[in-house]
Design a protein around this ligand. Structure first.
Ligand code: XBP
Ligand code: MG
Length: 260
């Protein structure tokens, strides 16, 4: 059986709880600056998260909720400029230190680095957002700790399509059986599994705790810290307070043995 060589981290909802009080607020600020009456409440945003990708999410919002809004001739250009403005608001929030990492994320990353494990990012969000989160919430040079950062439009199809994970593993020169994915949502779980990754750990959050996460090897409420133990929701591998590299190795071995 292949050994575990790389941890592939999702970003939004996994590294940090970024959606409700981060991305959503940045979208609303961009809408306000553009003089639009678009207001994404926490509940509406929870529905809109069914569509990954900020540009795709705005187009879905217009399609599904706002037939009344007159479409500009260059709708794609209009949405792209709104998304650029939103990303500026979002990176400003990150630069102000407004969004911390979730429990256990820094601990696990440090442990994996010390053990010589490769680290990757596989996310739908933009590279600018990833770099801003890493330098503000983890360390000024944290982006250099990752052997691949696969983000946003680098692939043609966003999650739940497998493209971003397939691209990340190709950059690492690794097979799916050498990797494990850490995710927060059904879309992310589907993306990783459809890329052939068998071991997937899901840390749920307010927007994903009710989702059907069938197929995840392990589901927890966080990666845990000694003073804030993880609560295990499903999975055959016992989590003793914290998801550690040893936990991930057990998850990897279980999932890959089960797949044979
Ligand atoms: C989550 C997403 C992203 C963010 C918004 O990404 O679907 O679209 O909601 O970021 P992941 P952008 O969970 O894969 O990290 O506006 O930059 O898309
Ligand atoms: Mg996510």
């Amino acid at each position: 059986m292949s050994e575990l060589r790389a941890l592939l981290f999702d970003v939004d909802g996994t590294l940090a709880d970024t959606e409700r009080d981060g991305h959503r607020v940045a979208f609303n600020r961009a809408f306000r600056d553009a003089g639009l009456d678009w207001e994404w409440t926490p509940d509406l945003y929870g529905e809109l998260l069914a569509v990954t990708g900020g540009k795709e999410r705005m187009l879905h919002y217009l399609e599904r909720f706002r037939p009344d809004v007159p479409r500009p001739a260059d709708l794609a250009g209009f949405v792209a400029s709104l998304h650029k403005a939103k990303t500026r608001h979002y990176t400003d929030m990150l630069d102000s230190g407004a969004i911390p990492l979730r429990p256990g994320v820094a601990r696990l990353i440090h442990e994996a680095r010390a053990a010589g494990c490769l680290l990757g990012i596989a996310t739908t969000t933009t590279p600018d957002n990833v770099l801003a989160l890493l330098r503000n919430a983890l360390a000024p040079d944290a982006a250099d700790w990752f052997d691949v950062i696969a983000a946003g439009d680098i692939v043609p199809r966003k999650k739940p399509a497998p493209d971003i994970y397939t691209w990340a593993m190709a950059q690492l020169g690794l097979s799916p059986s050498e990797c494990i994915a850490l995710e927060d949502s059904r879309h992310g779980l589907d993306s990783a599994k459809d890329a052939g990754i068998r071991g997937v750990v899901v840390t749920v959050n307010g927007y994903t705790e009710e989702q059907d996460l069938e197929g995840a090897t392990l589901v927890v409420d966080s990666l845990g810290e000694p003073e804030r133990p993880a609560r295990q929701l499903t999975g055959p591998v016992a989590v003793d307070g914290c998801v550690t590299l040893a936990t991930l190795r057990a998850v990897h071995d279980f999932a890959n043995a089960a797949a044979r």
